[in-house]
Design a protein around this ligand. Structure first.
Ligand SMILES: Nc1nc2c(c(=O)[nH]1)N[C@H]1C(S)=C(S)[C@@H](COP(=O)(O)OP(=O)(O)OC[C@H]3O[C@@H](n4cnc5c(=O)[nH]c(N)nc54)[C@H](O)[C@@H]3O)O[C@H]1N2
Ligand SMILES: Nc1nc2c(c(=O)[nH]1)N[C@H]1C(S)=C(S)[C@@H](COP(=O)(O)OP(=O)(O)OC[C@H]3O[C@@H](n4cnc5c(=O)[nH]c(N)nc54)[C@H](O)[C@@H]3O)O[C@H]1N2
Ligand code: SF4
Ligand SMILES: [Mo]
Length: 885
């Protein structure tokens, strides 16, 4: 490698430091964890480790496109500006909108927010963080008077008890999970409790798993508050000195579920387990409550957040080392977005529309007479307004709403109807881009420069590694260009990210002194940062100001909060059931979320073959009782329907799921599956305070999907299957894999195969097996003794293993024994099939691990690591290896 550049991982909110080695060609990457970065101390998970495989040029958007045609920046930017100007002139400022993302850098985000709220004068800028963190934001604001995450990662090592609530950190915040695992190894007394309806990978290190009934967390924490009071575990002195409204919160808790038995019944938990949890919580002082989307994504998400915070306030367990409520942020810059005011109800620098002095202050700082004076439309309502024709022009950047918003078919229709849609993305094709009039090529992670803030308020630099692909530009540049064209040249003079960062820092400190009432977010120490110092910026936790020149690990240490009285607020919580409950027609609850090796809509992680091996196909987790009840056999296909939409997924029967509830991954879009977009089914109901949608609770039904035929194709080249009802694509090391099923049989399989796989190339040799009576067809297409494609069709869903066949694509020529075995799909005797890949770093499959355990008597994760290397790199697969043991 020529040089190693320190940068930050572009995936989750852990915010791991990376050292990226760039070679002479300027395009190969060697990725390793940055040992000096305080978020990860050198550790990375499977996704971070595979970043080098995702920076290829193929599939990138290289040039602006206007109405599908290759264009240039001048034309595209002129058109964006003139269309926005025309919509504003005709319909007013609220007829335009920006829908942004927690994956933008802080500098990009700052400029987008300034343009919309400060100069266009509408607050119609919202972000995918609405679907992610907004319940935490509103919960924090109610309790603390500001959107402050109190603690830091150091606390994990100091905790006596860690509660994971609606968080599958093992898969979603893997490096934090490893820190917790390490803390547990160092201190076997450390109690870990997981509260999640599913048994997840995070239960691997849990002392107690509470498989709570979907949506019932507020009852559980109200019950805890009462228990703490009844068992003398509250900190009366803290409550009196630093909080308000305790009695009201306690009364509401008592009213919602007076006895522990009643709470257990509502939460559908064994009362003894609940009692153990309450006892542990009351007896350990250093308790951290880590929570994520199982809490936030709910029609009562804000209340759930406050029900958790209430218990920490009541015990005074906040603002001290080793304890506190801790909202795990999802995206790499979810926090940065909150700092700049990316949500439609925020201003900038943690200022708020509810305070006229804030609006005035921001207006004076920006020198704009036009600053918006009231909140704009939050995500779900924004797309409703587009659907209703109220918003006429929308600019989407760094997010894929046609997949990730609830009721996604309606979102798609809204975009189809919208007179003007602009999308900035680094990828050429997404479900959202298909519906856009203008496409703007944004620089991707390896190209852009700026800052992000992680879950513990730590600001880190992302640094450019490569020259940009094609004409791609940084998002801040694109927005600046449009702002200038709209007539705001003076306010958008930026030539580089450091200028924006300085301004952002200056605004955070502007009139942020005791005379005006302190604001939590203050990085004024960076207001004069030089370009070289910005380049060298070390990861630092805000606030960074005169009082804390080197940042600050923990907030609220002095028991002072950002409310008017300076005291934290208990919130009286009256728990509510989810708005839409299962019913006669839709008897099951659909839960949605993440899997280990994919990131959201897969635009980047699906480029890395090794990340596709873990779960190559869209699936639905079903409890054995439900499988029986709804006639679903393992590995068959199922049809899922809600009143909003439908999807098809592979049935995975597992006792980790609870009866009555299904789980599907959120990742598959129409780029990767014909019918795998789960957003189409998802409930669009929102929390009345945070406006966050209820993505974890949709009433659905499930039925067997009756296909006339099943099959798969492995092919060296990409193929399309527009006429096949069910297809799922995944990229492997040397071939693409397509899982297929269809409702109608083609007249002739050999013809069909030739039409799909192609019959060109130098004298392709076909090996075929056809039993037309039984409906079996298998074929292999070989050119120069090199495998080009393999196809297997059957009337049944059980098909040969794909892994061995896929491995044959890695060879330049086939052995005679391979050719012989090809159409059976079974490796020749001496070559065992490795099964589903568990360890994606070293490509170790489930069958290999199982047989090593059996044959060599391996007993521990370490034995398996020594023997097979599995689990010894990033460690993301350790929970699964442990499950196999
Ligand atoms: N591998 C991977 N990691 C990621 C991401 C990714 O796409 N892939 N995305 C990142 C982003 S943006 C985010 S926001 C985070 C999300 O991180 P998490 O919130 O940890 O992930 P999810 O899988 O969405 O949901 C967490 C859990 O909530 C549970 N849950 C559902 N309903 C309830 C309920 O009523 N109560 C409780 N207590 N739990 C419930 C689900 O069963 C699920 O296991 O992950 C980040 N990290
Ligand atoms: N049912 C259900 N729905 C959910 C969730 C759930 O758990 N269940 N989770 C929700 C959550 S928490 C989240 S965060 C969202 C995530 O959902 P999305 O934000 O829609 O998902 P991504 O695939 O991350 O989309 C990011 C897009 O930005 C592009 N991109 C990457 N880097 C850049 C850049 O630097 N500039 C620009 N302009 N573009 C870039 C990527 O190619 C990609 O197309 O999904 C939400 N939707
Ligand atoms: S835990 Fe994984 S995805 Fe998250 S920042 Fe670290 S390396 Fe990236
Ligand atoms: Mo998220």
């Amino acid at each position: 490698m020529n040089k190693y550049v320190k940068t930050t991982c572009p995936y989750c909110g852990v915010g791991c430091g990376i050292e990226a080695g760039v070679d002479e060609t300027g395009h190969a990457l060697n990725i390793r964890g940055d040992k000096t970065h305080p978020a990860n101390f050198g550790r990375l998970c499977s996704k971070g480790s595979a970043l080098g495989d995702t920076v290829e040029l193929k599939g990138r958007l290289l040039h602006p496109k206007v109405h599908g045609q290759h264009s240039n920046w001048t034309e595209a930017l002129d058109l964006v500006a003139s269309s926005f100007r025309a919509a504003i002139a005709k319909h007013g400022v609220d007829a335009v909108a920006i829908y942004a993302s927690g994956q933008l850098l802080t500098e990009d985000y700052y400029v987008a927010n300034k343009l919309m709220k400060g100069f266009i004068g509408s607050a119609n800028i919202d972000t995918n963080s609405r679907l992610c963190m907004s319940s935490s934001v509103s919960g924090h604001k109610r309790a603390f008077g500001a959107d402050t995450v109190p603690g830091c990662y150091e606390d994990f090592a100091l905790a006596e008890m860690i509660v994971l609530i609606g968080s599958n950190a093992a898969w979603c915040h893997p490096v934090i999970f490893q820190q917790i695992r390490a803390a547990k190894t160092a201190n076997s007394q450390l109690k870990i409790v997981v509260i999640d309806p599913r048994r997840t990978g995070s239960c691997d290190i849990a002392d107690l798993h509470l498989p709570i009934a979907s949506g019932s967390d507020a009852w559980l924490f109200n019950g805890l508050l009462q228990y703490l009071q009844q068992h003398n575990a509250i900190d009366q002195r803290y409550i009196e000195a630093h909080t308000e409204n305790f009695a009201a919160a306690l009364n509401a808790a008592a009213a919602s579920g007076p006895s522990i038995e009643q709470v257990a019944e509502i939460c559908r938990l064994p009362v003894e387990d609940l009692r153990i949890f309450y006892r542990w919580f009351s007896r350990h002082r250093n308790v951290i409550s880590l929570y994520s989307q199982g809490i936030n994504q709910s029609s009562s998400g804000t209340d759930k957040v406050n029900s958790i915070i209430n218990c920490h306030l009541a015990t005074g367990r906040i603002g001290k080392s080793g304890m506190g409520p801790f909202s795990l942020t999802g995206q790499p810059n979810a926090m940065g977005g909150r700092e700049v005011g990316g949500l439609a109800n925020q201003l900038a620098a943690h200022m708020d529309f509810s305070n006229p002095a804030d609006i005035d202050r921001v207006a004076r700082f920006w020198g704009s007479p036009a600053v918006a004076s009231q909140p704009g439309l939050p995500a779900v309502e924004l797309f409703d307004a587009i659907y209703d024709g109220k918003v006429k022009a929308v600019w989407i950047m760094g997010t894929n709403p046609a997949v990730s918003l609830p009721d996604a078919d309606k979102v798609r229709q809204a975009l189809r109807q919208c007179p003007f849609v602009v999308v900035s993305d680094c990828i050429a094709d997404t479900d959202t881009m298909k519906l856009a009039h203008i496409l703007l090529p944004a620089q991707g992670w390896s190209e852009k420069d700026g800052t992000v803030t992680n879950s513990e308020r730590r600001i880190s630099r992302q640094r450019s590694l490569f020259a940009p692909a094609g004409d791609a530009k940084p998002d801040w540049w694109i927005i600046t260009q449009v702002a200038r064209r709209l007539g705001f040249e003076q306010a958008f003079p930026y030539q580089s990210p450091v200028e924006i960062f300085r301004e952002h820092a200056a605004l955070s400190g502007f009139e942020n002194d005791s005379r005006h009432g302190l604001r939590d977010f203050d990085i004024s120490a960076f207001a004069g940062i030089s370009a070289p110092d910005y380049d060298k910026l070390q990861p630092t936790q805000w606030p960074v100001n005169q009082a804390n020149p080197h940042g600050k690990a923990r907030m609220f240490e002095d028991g002072r909060f950002f409310t008017v009285s300076g005291k934290a607020q208990f919130v009286a919580i009256t728990p509510r059931q989810p708005v839409n409950s299962p019913n006669k027609d839709y008897p099951l609850v659909l839960n949605t979320g993440r899997q280990r090796d994919q990131w959201h809509t897969m635009t980047r992680t699906a480029l890395a073959a090794r990340l596709n091996q873990h779960k190559p196909e869209v699936f639905v987790d079903v409890h054995p009782l439900d499988a029986e009840r709804y006639d679903l056999l393992p590995d068959t296909l199922a049809w899922l329907e809600s009143i909003w939409g439908s999807m098809i997924a592979r049935v995975h029967v597992t006792p980790d799921q609870q009866p009555g509830s299904l789980f599907v991954p959120m990742h598959w879009s129409e780029q990767f599956a014909s019918r795998g977009r789960m957003g189409a089914l998802v409930n669009p109901v929102i929390d009345p305070l945070s406006r966050q949608p209820e993505s974890k609770h949709t009433p659905v039904r499930i039925t067997h999907y009756q296909a006339a035929w099943h099959g798969f194709i492995l092919s060296r080249h990409e193929l399309t299957f527009n006429d096949v009802e069910y297809w799922v694509k995944s990229k492997g090391e040397s071939c693409y894999r397509y899982e297929l099923a269809g409702e109608t049989l083609p007249p002739d399989w050999p013809d069909w195969a030739r039409a799909k796989l192609g019959n060109s190339g130098q004298s392709p040799c076909w090996q075929e097996y056809h039993d037309s009576g039984l409906g079996h067809y298998r074929a292999a297409r070989i050119i120069d003794n090199r495998l080009e494609s393999v196809l297997v069709i059957s009337p049944r869903h059980s098909l040969p293993e794909r892994n061995w066949l896929a491995s044959l694509f890695g060879r330049d020529s086939l052995e005679p024994s391979d050719r012989k075995a090809l159409l059976t799909g079974m490796p020749p005797q001496d070559l065992p099939d490795c099964g589903n890949i568990i360890c994606s770093c070293f490509n170790v499959g489930e069958k290999t691990i199982r047989s090593a355990i059996q044959e060599q008597g391996l007993k521990t994760v370490r034995d398996i690591g020594n023997c097979l290397k599995a689990g010894t790199n990033c460690g993301s697969c350790l929970p699964e290896i442990k499950a196999l043991l």
